[in-house]
Design a protein around this ligand. Structure first.
Ligand code: NAI
Length: 272
């Protein structure tokens, strides 16, 4: 198989680092972008702050040539400043994607990491569409300032926005011979997991992990991202793929009883 060239954000840690390892082992050339230092397997790495559009643009100027895939993996949890969550998880992702799309080779793919936290995007599609219609990073940030959310709310909104943005981009991507998909992991054993436990509160994430037989490993998620980025996935476009060990299926169909969840129970005991 021909060696592919992949631009990968979040390459320094967790899921992104596992992707870098896996793709490099395939013989692919990985160009990493991260605020932290390079992972060992990256062919090139540029330290860059994805919360700042100027930093993204400066990083791209340091990287020559074209790519076969863009993997948007970097993210921050819902325990930090809400504006930072929006900046990194969606506004920076969108800015980078739009800056790089002309440098993606036909037959290539854009794959972004969303989350099961983005599962309920349909409930506020109109608001998400309005947010995503903002013409640039600064306008998106202004929109968020006018529609503020707390950190947990901003995390959910940012991941719902990744799912909807992916579906929006699938049309224009297709006309360029590209595909655009997202992956929504459940809990993954990375350095972010403790923050997600705090974010979910009330023992909720431990309950989720127990219901689904454990947390996924970064490599579990990396295999799925690789399949969508460089694997035989030509007919998959505009989809969000939950990689959650059955969690969302169980909650929707009922073989996981949400009434047992610590979060619902704590709400019941708090209700007046
Ligand atoms: P991680 O913390 O190991 O990796 C995140 C990477 O993003 C780090 O290398 C970090 O330096 C980079 N990053 C953060 N802010 C940045 C910035 N301003 N500029 C450039 N790079 C920045 O965490 P993990 O778990 O591997 O997260 C990867 C993605 O997976 C994130 O988008 C996260 O929201 C998502 N996710 C993680 C889950 C989990 O349970 N770990 C569950 C669902 C989604």
């Amino acid at each position: 198989m021909a060696r592919k060239r992949i631009l990968l954000t979040g390459a320094s840690s967790g899921i992104g680092r596992a992707c870098c390892e896996l793709l490099a082992a395939d013989g692919d050339e990985v160009v990493g972008l991260d605020i932290q230092t390079a992972p060992p397997q990256a062919a090139q790495h540029v330290q860059c702050d994805l919360s700042e559009p100027d930093s993204i643009d400066a990083a791209l100027r340091q990287i020559d040539g074209r790519f076969d895939a863009l993997l948007n993996v970097a993210g921050v949890p819902g325990t930090v400043d809400p504006a930072l969550i929006m900046r990194v998880n969606i506004l920076g992702l969108k800015h980078l994607t739009e800056a790089v799309i002309d440098r993606l080779n036909p037959g290539g793919a854009i794959v972004s990491v969303a989350s099961i936290a983005g599962f309920n995007w349909q409930r506020r599609l109109a608001q998400l569409t309005q947010f995503l219609a903002q013409p640039d990073f600064a306008a998106g940030l202004r929109w968020f300032e006018q529609h503020p959310l707390d950190a947990n709310g901003a995390y959910h909104f940012s991941k719902e926005a990744v799912v909807v943005y992916t579906m929006q981009l699938a049309g224009p991507a297709r006309s360029r011979g590209l595909r655009c998909n997202s992956v929504s992991p459940g809990p993954v054993d990375t350095p972010l997991l403790p923050a997600f436990k705090i974010q979910a509160g009330a023992g909720q994430l431990d309950w989720v992990i127990e219901q689904t037989g454990g947390a996924s490993t970064p490599m579990d998620i990396a295999h799925v991202l690789r399949f969508l980025a460089t694997g035989p996935s030509d007919c998959i476009n505009g989809r969000d793929l939950a990689v959650d060990r059955g969690l969302t299926a169980g909650l929707v169909i009922g073989w996981i009883d949400k009434n047992d969840s610590p979060l619902l129970n704590s709400r019941k005991t708090q209700a007046p």
